[in-house]
Design a binder for this molecule. Structure first.
Ligand SMILES: Cc1cc2nc3c(=O)[nH]c(=O)nc-3n(C[C@H](O)[C@H](O)[C@H](O)COP(=O)(O)OP(=O)(O)OC[C@H]3O[C@@H](n4cnc5c(N)ncnc54)[C@H](O)[C@@H]3O)c2cc1C
Length: 384
């Protein structure tokens, strides 16, 4: 598959939305760019197992990478989707409060959002909520006009196509198995295709890369360890979804969120009207031990009912059916309370490597902003 090419300027490890956005951005500036993805297709990890929400940036501490990447990523993504016909909708969202205690939290969120540069935020009353979402019950809400929704699958495909048009080589079924940092390069050993039944081993090839970019999502800690950096650990946190049965999808017009978890674990089980007119209820957030365990011990629909009913009292268990799940790449262990930022930085020891670790939500929203940042870091390595 790699033919005679054994040298590259850049090897990107991981073909999710972040890896594809990075490939698209770096291929504009450098030739000999490779992206290697272990799965048969691009975007099969978290990138297509999420809510598809283009977040505004209200939740993250001012100055954090999540805040900066999200706010600028929101604008870049809306522009990109419009320019390249990626299905999306600028629908806005409501974060709803139940009672005066929660309303104070809404005000805090609004202040935080404004400090991050999020525009158009306003607190709205029951009458405004009713006009937008007649089936939602809440005492007040924060209206967030810059939130949108995107088809993550189409976004991945479009980024991949444009990256290929710019000359990047995107290689599915190629798993990075060894990384060997040398003085002027990193040797990237790749096992291609399925392991052969006869030998139990897949064919291996090595590329000498002047720069390696770790976009391996849930496995970013393992890729960092192959580079000799054992300072990261990714804790998988599963998010499960239910869907409203079709006959009840009229109950939700756009995006309705409760207040976020105070422990920073997630944004809470929310209601998302998809681009296809279905309504998602979720995601939940539970630490799991296996990074590949999407389906074992799924929560019953009653659990989703319990969480969504305060906002949407008209639903019953019979209106819900289990849908897909996704796994967050968290840097925070279960006992951690509070905020954890993205890591997007050059490796302190393997100087030719760039680490992207803990790219959980809002990673989809932020992909184009993250890619811009990675271009600057790659320029330090390749041109510095
Ligand atoms: C339940 C859930 C809901 C979310 N909702 C939202 C949302 O609404 N809005 C938002 O902005 N964000 C959301 N996110 C976050 C968003 O989905 C992620 O931040 C984003 O998809 C991360 O993209 P990625 O490319 O880094 O990771 P991934 O999509 O996981 O891609 C990493 C890729 O690396 C590959 N890989 C790993 N190891 C190797 C190896 N050794 N060799 C080759 N390839 C390898 C994997 O196969 C995978 O395809 C959500 C996430 C979850 C789980």
């Amino acid at each position: 598959m790699l033919g005679v090419v054994d040298r590259a300027n850049i090897v990107i490890i991981g073909g999710g939305v972040v890896g594809c956005a990075v490939a698209h951005a770096v291929a504009q500036r450098w030739s000999d760019v490779f992206l290697v993805e272990q799965m048969p297709r691009l975007g099969m990890g978290a990138s297509t197992r999420n809510s598809g929400v283009i977040h505004s940036g209200i939740y993250y501490p001012p100055g954090s990478l999540k805040a900066r990447m999200c706010v600028s990523g929101n604008r870049l993504l809306h522009e990109f989707c419009a320019a390249h016909n990626v299905p999306h909708r600028n629908c806005g969202k409501l974060v709803v409060a139940q009672g005066s205690g929660q309303e104070a939290v809404l005000e805090h969120l609004a202040e935080n959002g404004r400090a991050n540069g999020v525009e158009g935020l306003r607190l709205v009353d029951r009458a405004t909520i009713y006009a937008k979402e007649p089936h939602i019950v809440a005492s007040a809400a924060l209206e967030v006009p810059s939130t949108g929704i995107v088809s993550a699958e189409d976004l991945v495909k479009t980024l991949a196509r444009l990256a290929t048009d710019r000359g990047a080589n995107l290689l599915p079924r190629a798993r990075v198995v060894r990384l060997d940092p040398r003085t002027d390069s990193i040797a990237v050993t790749i096992a291609e295709g399925e392991a052969s039944q006869a030998t139990g081993a897949a064919a291996e090839e090595t590329i000498e890369a002047r720069c390696v970019i770790n976009c391996a999502g849930l496995y970013a800690d393992e890729i960092a360890a192959l580079l000799g950096n054992r300072s990261y650990r990714i804790y998988p946190v599963r998010g499960e979804y239910c869907e409203l049965v079709r006959a009840k999808s009229y109950l939700v017009n756009n995006l309705v969120y409760p207040l976020p978890h105070s422990d920073g674990l997630s944004l809470g089980v929310h209601l998302t009207r998809t681009l296809w007119g279905t309504v998602l209820v979720g995601p939940t957030a539970d630490y799991i031990s296996d990074k590949n365990d999407y389906e074992r011990n799924r929560l019953p629909v009653e659990e989703f009912l319990r969480r969504a009913k305060p906002m949407l009292p008209e639903i019953e268990a019979a209106d819900l059916q289990l849908a897909y799940s996704g796994i967050r790449a968290k840097l925070a262990p279960p006992e951690h309370v509070g905020f954890t930022d993205f890591v997007i930085a050059r490796d302190p020891v393997a100087e030719r490597a760039i680490q992207l670790v803990g790219i959980e939500s809002p990673g989809l929203t932020s992909c184009l902003a993250i890619a811009e940042r990675v271009v600057s870091l790659a320029a330090e390595i390749l041109e510095g």
